[in-house]
Design a protein around this ligand. Sequence first.
Ligand SMILES: [Zn+2]
Length: 126
Amino acid sequence: MDNNECNVAAQHSRIPYLSLNSLHVRWNLSAKGIDVSSIVCPSCNNGVETKDHLFFECEVARDLWHKIPVWLDCGMLNLSSWDSFMAWLEGIRLRPLSKDRIIAVTVTCLWTLWRFRNGVSLRFFL
Ligand SMILES: [Zn+2]
């Protein structure tokens, strides 16, 4: 490792913190007693909408995450949950410029998945 490499984990504080119980996915809303019409993922209709499903297990998310290695010219990501995502971030070592780039891409992917989910969900109310 040269002096320009650094641990991404030191920078992951830039990744938005998502508490398991605070994100308003359908499973969390239902668990809080809020009446939701369905706890099924609105994006794929093929799983309970949990944080892990929304960001990593859903076919929409998997398709997006599989494109990252191509965009960043890096190894395949094997992300299946928020915990695996954080472990991956903590385990990789990159040069500062690469680190900034991968954080920007991953945050953009998370935000894009959340916005896509909200767009699909809102269609049910229009
Ligand atoms: Zn889904």
